[in-house]
Design a protein around this ligand. Structure first.
Ligand SMILES: Cc1ncc(COP(=O)(O)O)c(C=O)c1O
Length: 546
């Protein structure tokens, strides 16, 4: 510091006061003198002449502002002179988040840069060491998860196109499409997958695969940009039209996933809607909805799961003037419960609330055109915003929302999670387009899936296995202990070649850990029978009551 200030002083030989600092560029000089004089009584009262060579020392010793200027703490950086655009407020940042930028120096000395280097070399950083944090925070977290059975391991489940629900459990990581004469592949072959969200087997539908092949031949691999930067192809727009149609809405908007849609659309809605808009959220809402609600910062009230009396009670306590939005799902994926959509919409009408429904586990699978439970129950026009996924019953990947065009246009124009990300690859969009179109006009898969699901539930009941009753296609079987759930899942795979992953915390609360079974149209009656027999044996082997 002294060296620098001394060199500044030494650089000056002129007769006017400010020529003392003539080694630095003109703009810097002006701004710095302004800032310093504004803040520093010492400097204000000082007469600086060409012979003032102790300025640096005195400035640092006596003036608190001078000390702050040369402090290592990033936050205490003084605003240095800027060109017009060097301190810009990014549109989507809070003003408080915007950091001051250091100016580009045309010539002269980058004082703060030099000071930082000097301070870096002479100070040990304060606070806990990185190693300590690595051990205590990250290491302990993983150790604890391993101890309490919530640590997650991923099996390598290579689905076999044309033979779903069969898959190979790959014990190595050699690419399965490369011939086994080249690689010694280690795999447990032809396991039966019972926990898949490809609810209708569309992942191996011939039209979908053909659509993907054609799209890749025409468009190549990636989209090459965000939606704004050449990432909107004609098939992105066509897919949005189809999605809007199945939900009988004016418009739809694609997202990278429905997680991304929920998590980013809700905060954007809350920014657009009047301040104070209050969210009413079902307590069992998915993590993506909760993240969106939390990040919105909007006032929120949680109602008991599917509990209309509770929802009515908290709505009735609200200020009628305050705008409201009720956020809920149609099918809850872990318990298999279905929301009383009509009654929720009735309450929404009574209390003038918007409705936002997540139909992720229902789109494609429910309703004559795959428009979800709302379509099946004739309630599409009662819902303001629908979110859905292409990754489950449609057998592809990606998420979307559908709503009135003014609403969609507002989200399209302002939602960071839509704007600032590469658009879905055309190959995914091409496959999804085929899948959505197919399920719009074909009900066969839906009918068989429903039948299989009913058969599975009936057989589980007959075997006295702990089925959690539900009206949807989701079939939970409660184990009730995280470690046991993992052990039983492993045993099911190694001994019976059945794959059902354990569902533990945080996907479900601690206590009702479970298997979550999904019967699809590609499961046969033989598969269902074998599953129930194997589960019965497993329950006996683990000494569990039936
Ligand atoms: C209710 C619900 N909403 C949203 C999502 C996220 O959907 P996606 O897989 O498209 O990100 C999920 C994922 O399982 C979900 O269960």
């Amino acid at each position: 510091m002294n060296t620098i200030m001394t060199s500044i002083a030494a650089a000056s030989t002129g007769s006017t006061n400010l020529q003392l600092l003539s080694g630095i560029n003109e703009r810097f000089l002006r701004s710095m003198s302004h800032n310093l004089r504004d803040h520093c009584p010492f400097l204000r009262s000082m007469t600086i002449t060409a012979s003032t060579t102790t300025l640096g020392d005195n400035f640092q010793k006596k003036c608190p502002f001078g000390r702050a200027l040369f402090h290592t703490n990033e936050d205490s950086h003084v605003l240095l002179p800027t060109s017009e655009d060097s301190v810009r407020t990014a549109h989507f940042h809070n003003a408080a988040d915007v950091q001051t930028k250091q100016p580009k120096q045309d010539h002269g000395v980058d004082i703060l840069g030099l000071l930082k280097m000097k301070n870096h070399s002479s100070h040990k950083p304060a606070g806990l060491s990185k190693e300590h944090i690595r051990q205590k925070s990250f290491g302990n977290l993983i150790d604890n998860m391993k101890k309490n059975g919530t640590y997650r391991t991923f099996n390598h489940i290579d689905r076999k196109n044309g033979s779903f629900p069969l898959a190979d459990n790959r014990l190595d990581l050699k690419p399965s499409h490369i011939s086994s004469s080249t690689y010694n592949q280690e795999a447990q072959r032809d396991i039966i997958v019972w926990c898949n969200n490809d609810y209708l087997g569309m992942g191996q539908n011939k039209l979908v695969l053909e659509g993907m092949k054609n799209t890749i031949d025409s468009f190549g691999a990636g989209s090459g940009g965000t939606r704004n930067i050449s990432g909107t192809t004609s098939i992105h727009v066509l897919l949005e039209k189809e999605l809007a149609e199945i939900h009988q809405k004016e418009s739809a908007l694609l997202f990278s996933s429905c997680y991304a849609a929920n998590a980013s659309v809700i905060p954007t809605l809350m920014k657009i809607m009047p301040p104070g808009t209050t969210i009413y959220s079902d307590e069992k809402n998915h993590a993506s909805l909760i993240e969106g609600i939390r990040n919105s910062g909007a006032p929120r009230k949680i109602f008991h799961h599917n509990d209309l009396d509770h929802l009515r009670e908290i709505l009735s306590q609200s200020d009628p003037e305050v705008p409201k939005m009720i956020i809920f799902e149609s099918v809850y994926s872990m318990d298999g419960t279905i929301a009383p959509i009509k009654e929720i919409c009735d309450l929404a009408d009574q209390y003038n609330a918007f409705t936002f429904i997540d139909e992720v586990h229902a789109v494609g699978l429910y309703g004559p055109h795959g428009g979800g439970v709302a379509e099946e129950r004739g309630l599409l026009d009662r819902l303001d915003i629908v979110s859905g996924t292409l990754g489950k019953a449609f057998g592809m990947y990606g998420g979307y929302i559908a709503a009135d065009s003014v609403l969609i246009d507002s989200i399209r124009s302002t939602c960071p999670g839509f704007i600032f990300t590469t658009s879905l690859p055309p190959v995914v969009v091409g496959g999804a387009l085929e899948s959505v179109r197919y399920l719009k006009t074909h009900g066969e898969e839906r009918a068989i899936a429903r039948e299989n699901s009913l058969t599975l539930k009936r057989m589980l009941r007959e075997a006295k296995l702990p089925l959690l009753e539900s009206e949807s296609h989701i079939v939970p079987v409660i184990v009730g202990d995280a470690k046991l759930c993992k052990l039983m899942s492993d045993a099911l795979l190694t001994k019976y070649k059945i794959y059902v992953q354990p569902i533990n915390y945080p996907t479900v609360p601690k206590g009702p850990e479970r298997f979550r079974l999904t019967a699809t149209p590609v499961h046969s009656i033989k598969d269902i029978t074998y599953l129930v027999q194997s589960l019965s044996k497993l329950w006996k082997e683990f000494g569990l009551s039936q």
